[in-house]
Design a binder for this molecule. Structure first.
Ligand code: ATP
Ligand code: MG
Length: 698
């Protein structure tokens, strides 16, 4: 094993923080900032966990983190094998805990963890918990689209449901290593389907059930599944979506391309659509309820190697053609379970809700695998978070007494647009930890989330990670150190983030640049399915010797990491490199701004100018005065060089189905290249584009 040198420039700062004062004073300072009484620089704003929270936390002080972190870097093999030993292995891994090559100059990129270890992740999620006495514990609370509709499963019941489906899949010929595509909404059957595939060693590929027939077909053609699992229809908010007809169209498209899928197992979601109204192809289509319940409720596990593939997940496609990210079994298991436990300070009494769909990596690692490996009680929600109104999330929090609530900044910002009464009319007193993922969370959204939703008592774990990383990379440990609103804080155990300049030189201390990672971690993806060359070119060639994340990042004087957005989105104004996230968060700190998206446009003098799309709080009218005060906000917080040249009023922003802003489209609108908008069908709401064009000259 290569001896790994620590990139430790965040450690000395955090060590010295252990002497810092606790709580209350800081929170009132924070309130003052919200009320606009002071425009303190974000970097200096510390929000401390309460003494009570830290006292009960798994990691309760900076020193404890530093000790564990140091060990994880100095002795990764020892650190991770101690943790891995707590899982069930049918046979222990070989002499080498891990082996890696992340340097293209030294040969093919290769990462292996726990190679030779024989295990099964479904066994560790279900059987192991049942054997440990958690059989009667609720594994899943399912909340339907309509308030009042719900169901639940204990760990024993879930195990039986998984086994029945696993037996069915085996019976129709699905074998270890075969791909299975899952195109299901957030029914209980979605995690069941994932676990059933894992149980028999099949490789699942969940496709978010909001993707079009074209996108689904593209993925089917790439991974050639034997079986596809879907349901006839689903209700999301007031809308009914006929998933089965989308699948039919996708299967037609893929068979034209020579990929025919033998079986389409269709769950009858009677609340959305009847059997009679569902189009049917005899011989291929099978009703789930007609076959699966007939199978035995126990099913032998297929034992697999730690390095056997667990799943394929195509990235959301904010940029370019989707990539089939491949994760394997052992390292992913150990990593998701451990990150879940520490980043959310998980306790066995917690009830946990992650609002992400299982169609995204967040739903893989932190709805299904991470929580269940810890024997947690998980809430799965079918509906839309603002249906029937903006209070739905908090109603659900109270109903199930949710203690850990994990969501995305896009949802926080959309709920913020509405009246606070939707939050305050619910008690939310069960909450103790909040989480955020998907984009940088701008400090004003952070504060609303912290002060209002969490009653100024719940730390926020702002977790930076990617489909590719499998699990959290930079994240608060909620009881260990003070947070800074908008910063993902420090690296998780075993993770060595480095910031490099254009030439790939590591920069130390306070700086900004390209975010890379040195060395491997157990949850890292191993390849892009069928295209190892693209894997190397995209992630390991830009900066030789490192994994390149594609994101920009800065590190402040205290060692905190601040994600500044994708580097493709960086704007260069008169030689200043400006991250979109910085300008957007300055705009969003204006009390009347709900959300902002910033792009660069050609500028005769400055090279690039800043063009800002701004969504206002519900009910606020557009005005020239408001335009000026928004620009002033940016001048004041960042500097005159970052002041937007143009403010474009935006009733809504074009977003991917995972809720991320698609700046590619905004750039075209900003430069009025309206014929070159490209494919807008992958947007969550394509009609937003016309609304924006209509407001171009307002
Ligand atoms: P694609 O790679 O297909 O373009 P994507 O990058 O949006 O899609 P994901 O893997 O789901 O797909 O998202 C990871 C990206 O999301 C990160 O690279 C980063 O840009 C952003 N991100 C996620 N969490 C955070 C966070 N806490 N803070 C800042 N950015 C985040
Ligand atoms: Mg990405």
């Amino acid at each position: 094993l290569r001896n790994r040198k620590m990139s430790s420039n965040h450690l000395s700062h955090i060590e010295s923080m252990s002497q810092a004062p606790s709580g209350a004073g800081k929170i009132s300072q924070l309130n003052a900032v919200i009320l606009g009484e002071s425009l303190a620089s974000e970097e200096n704003d510390l929000v401390f966990p309460s003494k009570e929270f830290s006292a009960q936390a798994l990691v309760s002080s900076p020193q404890q983190y530093v000790e564990m972190y140091k060990r994880s870097i100095d002795d990764p093999a020892g650190f991770w094998s101690d943790i891995a030993s707590q899982f069930y292995w049918n046979q222990k891994w070989g002499d080498q805990v891990f082996s890696e090559n992340l340097d293209v100059r030294k040969g093919p990129i290769q990462i292996e963890w726990f190679k030779g270890g024989i295990t099964n992740i479904c066994y560790n999620c279900l059987d192991k918990n049942v054997e440990a006495g958690l059989g009667d514990k609720t594994a899943i609370y399912w909340e339907g689209n309509e308030p009042g509709v719900g169901a639940s499963s204990t760990y024993s019941e879930l195990l039986q449901q998984v086994c029945q489906l696993a037996n069915y899949l085996k019976d129709v010929g699905v074998k270890k290593g075969d791909a299975v595509v899952i195109y299901l909404p957030m029914l209980m059957e979605l995690p069941i389907a994932m676990l059933a595939c894992a149980r028999i060693g099949a490789v699942h590929s969940v496709v978010f059930a909001g993707f079009s027939a074209d996108s689904l077909a593209q993925r089917i053609i790439d991974c050639k599944p034997k079986v596809i699992l879907t349901c006839n229809a689903v209700k999301r908010g007031p809308k009914t979506i006929n998933l089965k007809s989308i699948v039919d169209a996708a299967l037609d498209l893929s068979s034209k391309d020579g990929v025919s899928v033998g079986i389409c197992l269709t769950y009858e979601n009677a609340s959305a659509e009847t059997r009679e109204n569902t189009k049917w192809k005899n011989g291929r289509d099978v009703w789930w309820q007609d076959v699966v319940p007939k199978y035995p409720t126990s099913c032998e596990v297929e034992w697999v190697d730690a390095e056997d593939p667990l799943f394929l997940l195509y990235t959301s496609g904010s940029t370019g053609k989707p990539k089939g990210v491949l994760h394997t079994t052992g390292g992913y298991m150990v990593y998701t379970a451990t990150t879940f436990k520490y980043a959310f300070d998980y306790k066995s009494t917690d009830v946990y809700w992650c609002t992400a769909d299982c169609g995204w990596i967040t739903g893989h690692s932190y709805v299904t695998y991470g929580p269940m490996l810890n024997g947690a009680t998980v809430v799965v929600f079918e509906g839309a978070p603002n249906y029937p109104d903006s209070g739905r999330c908090w109603e659900i929090v109270d109903k199930y007494k949710i203690s850990i609530f994990y969501t995305a900044p896009t949802l926080v910002r959309s709920l913020m647009r509405d009246d606070d009464k939707y939050v305050t009319r619910h008690s939310r007193k069960s909450l103790r930890v909040l989480g955020s993922v998907g984009e940088p969370i701008n400090p004003s959204a952070w504060r609303w989330f912290f002060n209002l939703v969490g009653d100024s008592k719940c730390p926020i774990s702002d977790t930076w990670w990617q489909t590719e990383t499998g699990g959290f990379m930079i994240t608060p440990l909620p009881g260990a150190w003070p947070q800074k609103p908008g910063s993902a804080t420090f690296p998780f155990f075993g993770v060595q983030p480095v910031i490099v300049d254009e030439k790939g030189n590591e920069i130390e201390g306070e700086c900004s640049g390209y975010l890379c990672v040195k060395g491997s971690w157990p949850g890292a993806f191993r390849t892009l399915f069928g295209d190892h060359e693209r894997y190397e070119t995209t992630y390991f060639k830009p900066f030789e010797g490192y994994y390149f994340s594609g994101d920009g990042c800065s590190r402040d004087k205290d060692g905190y990491y601040w994600l500044t957005g994708r580097v493709d989105d960086v704007i260069n104004v008169s030689g200043h490199r400006i991250g979109t996230a910085e300008v957007e968060s300055a705009l969003a700190s204006h009390p009347q701004c709900a959300e902002a998206a910033v792009v660069g446009v050609e500028h005769e003098v400055k090279g690039q100018g800043i063009y800002a799309f701004v969504t206002l709080v519900e009910g606020v009218p557009y005005s020239e005065e408001l335009r000026k005060s928004l620009v002033f906000m940016v001048r004041n917080q960042i500097g005159a060089f970052a002041a937007p040249d143009r403010i474009h009023w935006a009733p809504g922003l074009p977003k991917t189905r995972s809720g991320k802003i698609m700046r590619r489209i905004l750039r075209k609108i900003a430069s009025r290249q309206l014929e070159e908008l490209g494919d807008i069908s992958t947007l969550a709401d394509p009609s937003v584009v016309d609304q924006l064009i209509a407001l171009a000259d307002v």
